[in-house]
Ligand binder design. Structure first.
Ligand SMILES: [Zn+2]
Length: 176
């Protein structure tokens, strides 16, 4: 299903074949990446539902946080990292921002549902380069002693064994 986005930089309407396919704006070359697309899709999804009291207005950080903290993964990562000066609320905010950056940089992959305007669209967030993710977390909390157990906890939190995280270099499928 082709879908139209508005270039956030120049306002040109940019059509992509499928939500989640990245394109450069034909007019100004600005990247119409996944975060931009997600932001616009959530707005469109919300528009006809904004009167509903049972729903929360979704935003990119809101959705991304829900995805990466699902199934207790957020708490597990927090316990694994155990930052000295940061509570869980702030930790979640910081890691959510990191994940959003990851989606733009490509080390985290956001898979879009077939119909993003469906009643209950299911997005999937996967860390494709756990080494990059671990590096990012490490930079956020420099006071933590980043020895083996902590790195292992980060790897475990994203669903990979520590050895896999170490190798980690094998890139996922090439971008077209
Ligand atoms: Zn543009």
């Amino acid at each position: 299903m082709a879908i139209e986005f508005t270039c956030p930089q120049c306002g040109t309407i940019v059509e992509v074949e499928r939500a989640g396919d990245e394109r450069a704006c034909p007019a100004c070359k600005h990247k119409i990446g996944r975060v931009v697309q997600l932001d616009q899709l959530l707005g469109r999804w919300w528009e006809p539902r904004r009167w509903r009291a049972d729903l929360v207005k979704p935003s990119v950080p809101y959705l991304v946080e829900r995805l990466w903290t699902a199934n207790g993964q957020g708490e597990r990562l927090y316990v694994g990292v155990s930052p000295k000066y940061t509570g869980y609320d702030i930790f979640r905010n910081m890691v959510t921002r990191l994940m959003i950056r990851g989606i733009d940089e490509g080390w985290a992959e956001l898979t879009f549902p077939r119909d993003p305007l469906d009643e209950d669209p299911q997005y999937i967030l996967t860390i494709v380069d756990s080494e990059k993710f671990a590096e990012g977390v490490e930079k956020l909390f420099p006071e933590v002693d980043w020895d083996e157990p902590v790195s292992a906890a980060v790897a475990e939190a994203v669903g990979q064994s520590a050895t896999q995280a170490k190798r980690g270099k094998s890139k996922s499928k090439k971008k077209r």
